[in-house]
Design a protein around this ligand. Structure first.
Ligand code: PEP
Length: 252
C-alpha cells in the first residue's frame, strides 16, 4: 500500500517568525507520528529557518520552485544545489500559479524536473486543467500533455523520486474542491498514463496527491479514494490545526 503524503504549500505567505512557529507547531502536533509523510514548503527566504524548526523530526522540507541550472548569471533565481544545501529534499514544480500567472511552459517545467532529479531532489510535479478545459472535455488531453511533456527524458530509475499532484486549476484557492469521483477519475487516468510511460510497477508505486481546496472536512473522503495518496495543501496549511487535521485524515 502507498503511504499517504501531505505537503503544505505556503505560497507567498507567512513571515520569518510565523513560518518558524507554524513549522514548530506542525512538528509538535505530529509528535513523531510518521504514518503520513509530511512536507512543508515555505517561501525561499524562510527555508533555512523552517529547516531548523523541523530538524530532528520526520517532517521534510520542500521548495516551491527552482531554476534548472546549477549556478550562473540568473538574477533572482535559485538552483537545485542551493535547495539541497539548505536542507530541502523536495521541490514543487509546474504549480498552476507558475504555469498560468508566470507563463511557464511544459518544456521549461521539464528542464526543471530533470535538473531536480539529477541533483537528487524529489519532485512534486503539478498538473491540472482549467475550468474551460474541463467544460470542453479536454481534461484527459491536458493531463496527458502536462504529464508526458513534464517527464520527457526522465529515467525509469528516477521514478521512485517522483510525486504527481493533480490540481484542477478551478479548485485551487477557490473553495470549490473536485468531488471525490472527479479526483479519483483524474488520478486513475494519470496513474494509467504513468504506467504506459514507465511501467506498471512504477505506476503502482507512484504517489499522486490531490490539491485544490482541501480542508479538514473534505480531506478524509478525498484521501479515501483508491488512487488519491494524500494532498498538496495551500490555504488550509497556513494554520497548524487545520493542516494537522488534514494530515490525520490521511492515517488509515
Ligand atoms: C495549492 O496551492 O497547491 C493549493 C491546492 O491551494 P488551496 O489548497 O488553497 O486550494
Amino acid at each position: 500500500m502507498r503511504k499517504k503524503f501531505v505537503a503544505a504549500n505556503w505560497k507567498m505567505y507567512t513571515n520569518r517568525v510565523g513560518a518558524q512557529q507554524l513549522a514548530a507547531d506542525v512538528v509538535k502536533g505530529l509528535a513523531g507520528d510518521d504514518r503520513v509523510t509530511v512536507a512543508l514548503c515555505p517561501p525561499f527566504p524562510y527555508l533555512a529557518f523552517v529547516a531548523d524548526a523541523v530538524k530532528g523530526s520526520k517532517v521534510v522540507l520542500g521548495a516551491q520552485n527552482m531554476y534548472p541550472d546549477k549556478e550562473g548569471a540568473f538574477t533572482g533565481e535559485v538552483s537545485p544545489t542551493m535547495l539541497l544545501d539548505v536542507g530541502c529534499t523536495h521541490v514543487i514544480l509546474g504549480h498552476s500559479e507558475r504555469r498560468h500567472k508566470l507563463g511557464e511552459s511544459d518544456w521549461f517545467i521539464n528542464q526543471k524536473v530533470r535538473s531536480a532529479l539529477a541533483a537528487g531532489l524529489q519532485v512534486i510535479l503539478c498538473v491540472g486543467e482549467t475550468l474551460d478545459e474541463r467544460k470542453s472535455n479536454q481534461t484527459d488531453a491536458v493531463l496527458d500533455r502536462q504529464l508526458t511533456q513534464g517527464l520527457v527524458d526522465v529515467a525509469a530509475a528516477d521514478t521512485p523520486r517522483l510525486v504527481v499532484a493533480y490540481e484542477p486549476v478551478w479548485a485551487i484557492g477557490t473553495g470549490h474542491n473536485a468531488t471525490p469521483e472527479q479526483a479519483q477519475e483524474a488520478h486513475a487516468f494519470l496513474r494509467r498514463r504513468f504506467g504506459q510511460i514507465f511501467s506498471e510497477k512504477a505506476a503502482v508505486a507512484l504517489p499522486i496527491q490531490y490539491g485544490g481546496s482541501v480542508k479538514p472536512d473534505n480531506a478524509a473522503i478525498l484521501f479515501a479514494q483508491p488512487d488519491v495518496d494524500g494532498g498538496l495543501i495551500g490555504g488550509a496549511s497556513l494554520k497548524a490545526d487545520s493542516f494537522l487535521a488534514i494530515v490525520r485524515a490521511g492515517i488509515s
